[in-house]
Ligand binder design. Structure first.
Ligand code: ADP
Ligand code: ZN
Length: 740
């Protein structure tokens, strides 16, 4: 019996001979794997296969022995084994555990792990062309150009189109050269390996505390044991520099590494940095990557020909052969939590995957989330702290501007003291940043005739005026309409008034106050493409603006060496509201924004306009006493039994009929015996924070339990007790990030 020797890692135990019944998991919405017969030549456990499903052929993975229980003669056969290394046991366990934790069906987990096009199109070859020895019997100008173009490439091959384009001829001309052998046509694999990275290519001398941290990470990497380390340090302290040393060690060990980043649109700077450090670009995995490149990355990761992947959260589900390190940069970032489809937190799942694998996790942040802080505090995670900024840069001085005594005219938000401070920077040839975490012109449009605020027709959200786009936009569902002349409620003409500031309105105020200043507004919606935004950022960094006005976009990882003043227009924004994490988020955001100032040799100042200078969060920000903030916040959560000291799950019900959705919620809340058995309590139903999205009504229940109870099992039993009729939907969000 001939065996496929696709994978040296799998042992012979996981091999099924021809005709054996095996269970195949597909990405189709079925609740379990289906039985098939192993194909001619047999198949390995974990093999990627194509199987018949009704009239279709679908992708699947051999998940284990067949479950049987029916006439084996009726079982259909696997069509073929794909030309891809089998899914490793570690990955199958990861998908099972991740699915069990997030209460996601395995089929959906498999879908997450096979999000690349054309995985079934094997083998993936394409035709390529290069110079051969022959001479055409008839030579023309066009033919001559093709031969020259091919010769210029040396031995390298081009696609038909590439060769024709570089010679400036039609593809017919190239084809005409084939019979004579002047140009050769060959088959070549479509997906090429990524260039090798060199661990010692661009290493830098590290500072003493950087080196100490790097040494510890390297040692952990060498140990090949599971370990999670919190790498904490202010922005600019060299965290990236340090974790790239861990990546280097993984490369030396012949293991793959993954760096997860939150704001993937802004990663060009990062990729350039990786290239400078390792001599070549890593593989990329995020929504901006083309389909062709996605398939290449998926395959090369599976074959071990991509040593480093830099990507967004879903890069965690790639089929690594030998993953040794996962870095989660800006680990506190909320974008790591996916809150649609499979609701997982990539940070937590990175820890899960690494613990199965015996790999290392590095969680890097200037302002870790409380969960991570608590795990480090309890000794579950190691903690490495970089205390000073690299080079001359020092942390900015922080000051509160008490707004209560200010007599600001209406529709003005920049206080006199802030104005003076900005002026001083301009005179010194330095930059000032005015930060307001609100996109658009004004958050509310009010009709002065009838008093109505313009709302989104589909959602329970207000329409936000975007003067730059000349539209009202719903930040929830994206609905937009031209700014109307008449009130949609009472039809009064010219009585609509903007209320409150957004960055665009702040820019208008700044233009009036500082008519000579060059003002740049950084807000995601003002740029057509990520590239435009990046270019703008580079220009600003090089001194192309005096005043930068920005949303939270500026809080993340850019260097503005000339920036010496950060003015926070509304430090209280985010403190209100009943969100569990409001204080934590405000604290993180303010610290990050303040971290933008004084990166180079000039010390910076951060000024926070606030109406609540005595608020504990504002005081903690100003005092720079982080440990005090975390301890106080942790104490409050512990007392309330809230995460990370207790567990939460959100249940989101939605449907077209508000009453039906509420009735379902009430039914669930009343029939909570499975929850009560584990001591869990259910709150609600209540309208979700945004009670209507895209025309669907949303109701929320919140389940709270003690740490350590088998919450998922209880939840599963609880929701199994209801049948979802019509368009009703139920989603469970384990460890929700925001609620009520
Ligand atoms: P963080 O990730 O903590 O924000 P970075 O690693 O980005 O910090 O470092 C901030 C800046 O200082 C970067 O431009 C980086 O290249 C530079 N830097 C940090 N450490 C060193 C070092 N040891 N040698 C040279 N440059 C360094
Ligand atoms: Zn809307």
């Amino acid at each position: 019996m001939a065996r496929k020797t696709l994978l040296p890692h799998e042992s012979d135990i996981g091999f099924y001979e021809t005709g054996t019944l095996v269970a195949v998991l597909t990405a189709q919405p079925l609740d379990r794997p289906l039985d098939y017969k192993a194909p001619e030549g047999g198949c390995f456990l974990g093999a990627f296969v194509e199987v018949p499903l009704g009239p279709r052929k679908v992708l699947g993975v051999v998940w284990g022995p067949g479950l049987g229980g029916f006439d084996i003669a009726k079982a259909r056969s696997i069509i073929r084994v794909l030309d891809t290394p089998p899914m490793r046991e570690e990955m199958r366990i990861f998908l099972e555990k991740c699915g069990a934790y997030t209460l996601t069906p395995l089929s959906l987990m498999l879908r997450l792990a096979t999000r690349a096009p054309g995985l079934c199109d094997a083998p993936s070859m394409r035709k390529v062309y290069r110079r051969g020895d022959g001479t055409p019997s008839r030579m023309t100008d066009a033919r001559q150009r093709v031969i020259e173009a091919a010769e210029e490439m040396g031995g390298l091959a081009l696609t038909l189109k590439e060769l024709a384009d570089s010679a400036g001829v039609t593809t017919q001309v190239v084809k005409g050269l084939l019979p004579s052998g002047a140009i050769l046509e060959e088959e070549s694999p479509r997906d090429t390996p990524f260039p090798r990275l060199h661990p010692d290519y661009g290493s830098k001398p590290l500072t003493e505390d950087q080196e100490a941290a790097a040494a510890q990470l390297r040692a952990a990497q060498v140990s090949h044991e599971y370990r999670t380390t919190l790498l904490k340090g202010v922005t600019g302290s060299g965290k990236t520099e340090v974790y790239l040393e861990a990546v280097a060690e993984a490369l030396r060990q012949g293991r793959q590494a993954l760096v997860l980043l939150p704001e993937i649109a802004l990663s060009a700077e990062f990729l350039a940095r990786v290239e400078a450090r390792f001599g070549a670009r890593p593989a990329e995995w995020h929504s901006g990557v083309t389909m062709t490149e996605r398939r290449r990355t998926w395959r090369m990761v599976a074959e071990g020909h991509a040593q480093l992947v830099v990507g967004a959260r879903s890069a965690l589900f790639l089929p690594y052969q030998n993953l040794g390190l996962i870095v989660v940069d800006e680990e506190h970032d909320t974008s790591y939590k996916q809150d649609e489809g499979v609701m997982y937190n990539a940070r937590d799942m990175a820890v899960l995957r690494a613990s199965i694998l015996g790999a290392q996790v590095v969680l890097a942040s200037a302002t870790p989330c409380l969960e991570t802080w608590a795990n480090a505090d309890a000794g579950k995670y190691d903690r490495l702290v970089l205390t000073s900024r690299f080079g001359e840069a020092v942390l900015p001085e922080m000051k509160a501007l008490d707004m209560r005594p200010e007599k600001l005219p209406s529709n003005r938000w920049i206080s006199a003291r802030m104005e003076t401070a900005v002026r001083q920077r301009m005179e010194a040839g330095e930059q000032a940043l005015l930060f307001l975490n609100r996109r658009g012109y004004a958050p509310v449009t009010l009709c002065r005739a009838c008093g109505q605020q313009i709302g989104c027709p589909h959602c329970d959200a207000r329409m936000v005026e975007h003067r730059f786009l000349r539209r009202l936009v719903c930040h929830q569902c994206g609905e937009s309409t031209p700014i109307p002349d008449r009130c949609p409620s009472c039809d009064a003409e010219d009585r609509l008034a903007p209320v409150g500031p957004g960055v665009e309105r702040l820019a208008e105020e700044a233009t009036t106050l500082f008519p000579d200043a060059r003002i740049a507004v950084l807000s995601s919606d003002l740029y057509g493409t990520a590239r435009e935004l990046k270019e703008q950022i580079v220009q600003i960094a090089e001194g192309g603006a005096d005043i930068i006005i920005g949303t939270q976009l500026v809080a993340k990882g850019h260097n503005f060496p000339l920036l010496t003043l950060v003015g926070v227009i509304d430090a209280d924004l985010g403190l209100q509201g009943s969100d569990l994490r409001a204080a934590e988020r405000t604290f993180q955001l303010m610290r990050q924004v303040a971290g933008r100032a004084g990166r180079a040799d000039k010390p910076g100042v951060a000024m926070l306009q606030t109406y609540q200078p005595e608020h504990p969060v504002i005081r903690a920000i100003l005092g720079g006493d982080e440990e005090a903030f975390w301890k106080a916040e942790a104490e409050e959560r512990r007392a309330a039994g809230m995460p990370p000291y207790g567990r939460l799950a959100g249940i989101i019900l939605s449907g077209g009929e508000a009453q039906q959705v509420f009735d379902l919620g009430t039914h669930l809340a009343r029939n909570d015996a499975p929850l009560r058995r584990v001591g869990a309590v259910v709150y609600g139903p209540a309208p979700a924070p945004i009670a209507r999205v895209r025309g669907r009504h949303r109701v929320r229940l919140l389940v709270k339990a003690e740490k350590g109870v088998a919450l998922q099992a209880a939840l599963r039993e609880w929701v199994a007790g209801v049948t979802l009729r019509g368009d009703l939907r139920l989603a469970i969000d384990i460890d929700p990030q925001s609620f009520f």
